[in-house]
Design a protein around this ligand. Structure first.
Ligand SMILES: Cc1cc2nc3c(=O)[nH]c(=O)nc-3n(C[C@H](O)[C@H](O)[C@H](O)COP(=O)(O)OP(=O)(O)OC[C@H]3O[C@@H](n4cnc5c(N)ncnc54)[C@H](O)[C@@H]3O)c2cc1C
Length: 449
């Protein structure tokens, strides 16, 4: 627990791709920067990321096509201005990573919902590790940045006097079945809310269709979408295909959840392209060259987060947010594969630059309290298929973020993107907006342009 006052021009909380992008941008522009992370950089979602980063870099591709795919996955809920920025700035961010020393593989991957092969990857399915290692090395050697790991922030009051960028990642590890490392429990959302910042779209959590189903310590290990792009097939217990493997994730996830004994057949995939992933499977006792591996969905990505504008500004002066902890509206109701590392690169940098010119954070904020593990209740009552009865039960949770997830889930009386209500199975024209939660208030619907 950190109560001591920490100062620098900019303090960044979180050392994933979003935090490191913010820190490097601010420091390159002349600021002194302190980066605080509760764990080693190896224990972040960024480090775990497999498939890659989407960017219109191929001949014949165009940011406008990337934007159009992002908008259609988002089911009319994407903030168009954020999507334009994300897709327009993507090629430049990839080039910048190359300049910093990231070595991308030859060729581009194709993932669900993308109309083109446009996913840049490194080390096969080790993209996150390659990017995070390079950004961490550049951060450590930067003379204006101090990086401290093992520093968990529990109150923002300790950071008053600096511009503060929250880059604390998402909250999908609150669910019992998850692909996320254990730290992704929404600390940043609670910190920001305690300082008066609004949160939004908390009900929108993406479930990945193909996480390993395993009783021996590897449950939830992600079998990247890139594998399906490279020819992996989903089979039911009888060995039959039952879904288009490259359909949007929510469609594939519900199809997999509805089958008992779903398995991913990796025999058509070139093993040499995914050395780390295949080695992990082998260590777990599977031989992907011999037999399909058991899979089922797991909580994967938090679309909801701290309401932020396109430069990371939250509703609290001097407080910025970027990456998975933020909610710019860029993903709408369903994140397109490989758009989230990109979000960290684009909006992390923009938040770092905006923090240079903005006011210092000066709000008084209560510490965040610890609460019991809500995993099983969330999985049961706010999993892939939800209803008023289950969501209402969660309103009594001792975990403050779970109560807000439930309130948003109840308010969204429709099924849209990743949010599926069996009692409201279709999209509603009247809910075409973002559910915003101001501290101590019920969610309100806001359109964002
Ligand atoms: C298995 C897996 C595979 C994925 N594959 C892809 C992919 O191929 N392509 C893609 O685009 N996206 C992918 N994603 C999603 C993507 O990795 C994340 O959305 C993204 O990396 C989030 O980055 P971030 O910087 O916002 O947060 P993170 O990388 O999660 O970093 C959060 C940081 O905040 C710190 N922190 C948290 N709370 C506190 C606190 N209280 N005090 C101090 N520090 C704190 C953590 O220690 C950490 O340093 C994947 C995710 C997973 C889990």
């Amino acid at each position: 627990m950190r109560q001591k006052r920490q100062t620098a021009d900019v303090v960044v909380v979180g050392a994933g791709v979003a935090g490191l992008s913010a820190a490097l941008a601010a420091a390159d522009a002349g600021a002194s920067v302190l980066v605080l992370a509760k764990a080693s950089h190896r224990s972040s979602n960024s480090y775990a990321a497999q498939g890659g980063v989407a960017a219109a870099v191929a001949p014949g591709d165009d940011p406008a096509l990337h934007a159009s795919d992002t908008l259609s996955a988002g089911r009319d809920l994407c903030r168009p201005s954020a999507v334009r920025l994300l897709t327009d700035e993507a090629p430049g961010r990839i080039e910048h990573l190359r300049c910093l020393g990231v070595r991308f593989d030859e060729g581009l991957g194709r993932e669900g919902g993308h109309s083109r092969a446009r996913v840049v990857h490194a080390g096969g399915a080790d993209t996150g590790r390659h990017i995070a290692d390079v950004l961490t090395a550049r951060t450590r050697e930067h003379r204006r940045i101090r990086l401290l790991e093992g520093e968990r922030i529990t109150t923002l009051s300790a950071l008053r006097g600096s511009a503060v960028v929250l880059a604390t990642g998402g909250y999908a590890a609150l669910w019992a079945r998850t692909t996320n490392p254990p730290g992704a429990v929404g600390d940043g959302l609670l910190l920001a809310h305690a300082a008066g910042a609004a949160l939004a779209d908390l009900e929108l959590v993406q479930f990945h269709p193909t996480a390993l189903r395993d009783d021996n310590g590897h449950d939830g290990f992600l079998l990247s979408e890139a594998l399906r792009g490279a020819g992996a097939k989903l089979l039911d217990g009888g060995g039959e295909r039952f879904v288009d493997e490259l359909a949007p994730r929510d469609v594939v996830a519900r199809a997999v959840a509805a089958r008992t004994g779903a398995r991913l057949d990796l025999r058509a995939v070139e093993r040499e392209r995914y050395p780390t992933l295949m080695a992990t499977l082998e260590r777990a006792g599977y031989d992907p060259a011999d037999a399909p591996v058991p899979v089922s969905p797991a909580a994967h990505y938090a679309i909801g987060g701290i309401v932020s504008d396109l430069d990371g500004r939250t509703s609290v002066p001097g407080l910025y947010a970027a990456g998975e902890c933020a909610c710019t509206g860029v993903h709408g109701a369903n994140r397109l594969a490989s758009n989230s590392l990109l979000e960290c690169l684009v909006f992390g940098r923009r938040a770092g630059l905006a923090a240079l010119d903005g006011p210092h954070f000066d709000a008084v904020a209560a510490p965040i309290a610890s609460a019991s593990d809500p995993g099983s209740a969330l999985w049961r009552d706010a999993g892939l298929i939800r209803s008023a009865a289950g969501l209402t039960r969660l309103l009594d949770s001792s975990h403050p973020l779970v109560r807000e997830v439930a309130a948003c889930g109840l308010a969204r009386e429709e099924s849209r993107g990743v949010h599926f209500r069996e009692d409201f199975p279709v999209e509603s024209d009247t809910l075409n907006g973002h559910l915003v939660v101001h501290p101590g208030r019920e969610p309100v619907l806001e359109p964002w342009s």
